[in-house]
Ligand binder design. Structure first.
Ligand code: SF4
Ligand code: MSK
Length: 649
């Protein structure tokens, strides 16, 4: 391996990652950081979205000299089609994850769910009711069957719009009807995207882009929302939990097992099985003090939110965790698991085990798990990891001793509870704080890491800038893990980072200034939170009224594009830390940045500098506050003796 071109401290912010990158260099282990260097200048046609390989008359590259492909497609058509295919990939990923959970819910209802059960019956009843299913007097298992059938209908509906759209504010539903972008079944929307972008079908970039937003809505209000809802029913609605984040959570004296990917079904069983006395004994007999179960990426977020299981790291730390030399097994499922993991693992004793039949990786052990015998399979995977403990080479072990405490578990239900207690659980105190100006606005910071950016640096800089300006920050995915590592997910962080008003609110409620709301499918919880703000009253009638903004700072996946698109179609402006592959078409850029605003009341904005992004966000928030008539500091009236006498106290 060639010598690295950059010092480790220019690649990552947190000390644990810096130490692990240095160790990888010393161990001659290749990482995504170094592969990015070797890519050199990336393909200009790809970056602009101007390469078309949709048919085999191509591949065609659109240039000034060749402004059309062989078929006559111009830059607008090529760029728009490529963009739609990306959103189809992202929407399919979220929604297929949801489908697996719905199928499990149905099986549990039929008594065929193995050890899985309905853990949160109130959530089942609440959610069934929200879809108009009569739940009173209906046994939980029957209700599960009915809800699963209804949800499967959300995938297969051919013409009827999604039922989940009704969970949005009425005025927003009106916008979707007016623009004719209310989606039918999720599967149909994905299939239609592939059809429209086949050679010789939809060539009008506007028509293609309208379908982008239609499809994205099927993801945000459909697939992703369903995934979060069913996870809550099966595994419990998240409530605040304490935990720890970063590579320092790995322990030399325990068997270290990591789960990585997105789907929570197996990791839930692993969480239970790791506490099984038989497994604990087995670990002791192998000479370990026990098992440390921890997570990477969004599987980590799922089990953190419900069990407080520690976060080993975010996307760019998946290889670094193995480089510690202290990981016996990394179980991967779907999405964001790098195919290079087995190469890294070869340098150590780590076993990479792929647990999904749809996601095999060359060099990894394939052990697809089955929901009807999940607990036994979870136990045998843990035993296999314990058996590997003896293969650990102490000379190769170096666990960075850095980790930070955190509080996570902020579902909409738990935020309501924190704000109002069990008798007055509501968003009212939050709305009042926004109206009074103590909280200037709410920003959702979401998405991944990308070796194009120093790991976590944009996310953390932006977060601090916004907190100082009294902006409440909601987080999901790898962006949330970045804040966890930085120590910003604790109530104490409000004292160090928040402006006066936000600090007051956090202090009164006892909450962190940055709320961890879950994995990337849980971005639907951000829509849910914004909808709660609207329905609580006093801040407009639509999502495009409320002072809320979405940001994807270091994004890399197609899912992040789908998320951005459903935010915009829902009326929430989105700031990107780096642009989509669309700059090859001025018309597409204008559509996403300007025309979207006219249609949806929100659009995309690109800001590659986090401080500049913070200013742009504050400007959007203040414009919305201005329109609501609340853009002034709440006047503080000093009481004189006369006022006090009138109060009669
Ligand atoms: Fe070229 Fe048209 Fe075929 Fe695309 S669809 S590869 S632009 S001929
Ligand atoms: S895991 S999609 S890197 S957030 Fe959801 Fe992280 Fe992005 Fe994957």
């Amino acid at each position: 391996m060639e010598k690295s071109q950059k010092p480790a401290e220019e690649r990552a912010c947190d000390l644990a990652s810096i130490e692990a990158i240095r160790k990888a260099e010393a161990d001659c282990v290749d990482l995504s950081f170094f592969r990015m260097d070797r890519q050199g200048a990336q393909c200009g046609f790809g970056l602009k979205g101007l390469c078309c390989r949709i048919c085999h008359m191509g591949p065609c590259r659109i240039t000034n000299k060749t402004p059309q492909g062989v078929c006559g497609a111009d830059a607008d058509t090529v760029v728009a089609r490529n963009f739609l295919r990306e959103v189809a990939g992202g929407s399919a990923a979220h929604s297929d994850h949801a489908r697996h959970l719905v199928l499990l819910l149905g099986k549990i209802g039929q008594g065929k769910g193995g050890e899985y059960a309905i853990k949160d019956e109130p959530a089942l009843r609440r959610i069934a009711k929200s879809y108009g299913i009569e739940e009173q007097g209906v046994p939980a298992r029957d209700l599960a069957v009915r809800l699963a059938e209804l949800m499967i209908g959300e995938f297969t509906s051919q013409e009827e719009p999604l039922k989940t759209l009704k969970l949005a504010p009425l005025s927003r539903q009106g916008v979707w009807q007016k623009r004719e972008i209310a989606p039918a079944g999720i599967d149909r929307m994905v299939v239609e995207s592939m059809h429209r972008t086949h050679m010789g079908v939809d060539h009008d970039y506007r028509n293609v882009l309208l379908h982008v937003f239609r499809l994205a809505l099927a993801d945000g209000w459909g697939g992703s929302r369903i995934a979060s809802q069913v996870s809550d029913i099966l595994f419990g609605t998240p409530f605040p939990v304490r935990s720890t984040a970063n590579l320092g959570i790995l322990r030399e004296e325990t068997v270290n097992v990591l789960v990585h990917g997105h789907e929570p079904a197996l990791s839930e069983m692993l969480a239970a099985a790791s506490n099984d006395p038989e497994i604990k004994d087995y670990a002791k007999k192998a000479g370990a003090q026990g098992i440390t179960l921890a997570g990477i990426c969004c599987t980590a977020n799922e089990i953190l939110m419900r069990h407080g299981i520690p976060l080993a790291g975010n996307f760019l730390q998946q290889e670094l965790a193995i480089v510690t030399g202290a990981v016996e097994m990394m179980m991967i499922d779907v999405q964001c698991c790098m195919p290079g993991l087995p190469d890294v693992a070869k340098a150590y004793h780590t076993e990479i085990v792929s647990t999904s039949g749809i996601a095999k990786t060359a060099g990894a052990v394939s052990a697809p798990f089955h929901t009807d015998r999940a607990y036994d399979e979870a136990k045998s995977l843990l035993k296999r990891a314990i058996d590997n403990y003896g293969n650990r080479d102490p000379k190769k072990v170096a666990i960075p001793q850095h980790s930070s405490p955190l509080v996570a578990g902020f579902s909409v239900e738990s935020i309501k509870y924190m704000l109002g207690g069990s008798y007055r659980a509501s968003f009212r105190p939050l709305n009042d704080a926004i109206i009074q100006g103590r909280i200037r606005g709410v920003v959702g910071i979401v998405g991944c890491n990308n070796p194009k950016t120093k790991l976590d640096s944009y996310i953390n800089t932006l977060t601090k800038e916004l907190l100082a300006e009294n902006v409440l920050v909601l987080k999901t995915g790898c962006a949330a893990i970045a804040s966890a590592k930085e120590g910003n997910l604790t109530p104490e962080a409000a004292y160090q980072l928040a402006g006066h008003g936000l600090k007051e609110v956090c202090e009164a409620v006892g909450m962190p200034p940055v709320l961890h709301m879950g994995s990337c499918v849980d971005n639907s919880r951000l829509l849910e939170a914004a909808t709660e703000i609207v329905s609580e009253g006093g801040l407009g009638d639509d999502l495009s009224d409320v002072p809320v903004v979405g940001v994807a700072p270091e994004w890399m996946s197609e899912k992040a594009i789908a998320i951005g698109c459903y935010f915009v179609a829902s009326g929430i402006d989105v700031i990107l830390g780096h642009p989509f592959y669309v700059s090859g078409s001025d018309n597409v850029v204008k559509f996403l940045g300007v025309e979207a605003k006219e249609m949806f009341g929100a659009s995309f904005h690109v800001h590659e500098d986090p401080r500049e992004a913070a200013q742009a966000i504050l400007q959007i928030i203040d414009e919305r506050r201005e329109r609501l008539g609340i853009n002034r500091k709440a006047e503080r009236k000093l009481m004189d003796m006369k006022d006090r006498r009138e109060l009669g106290v």
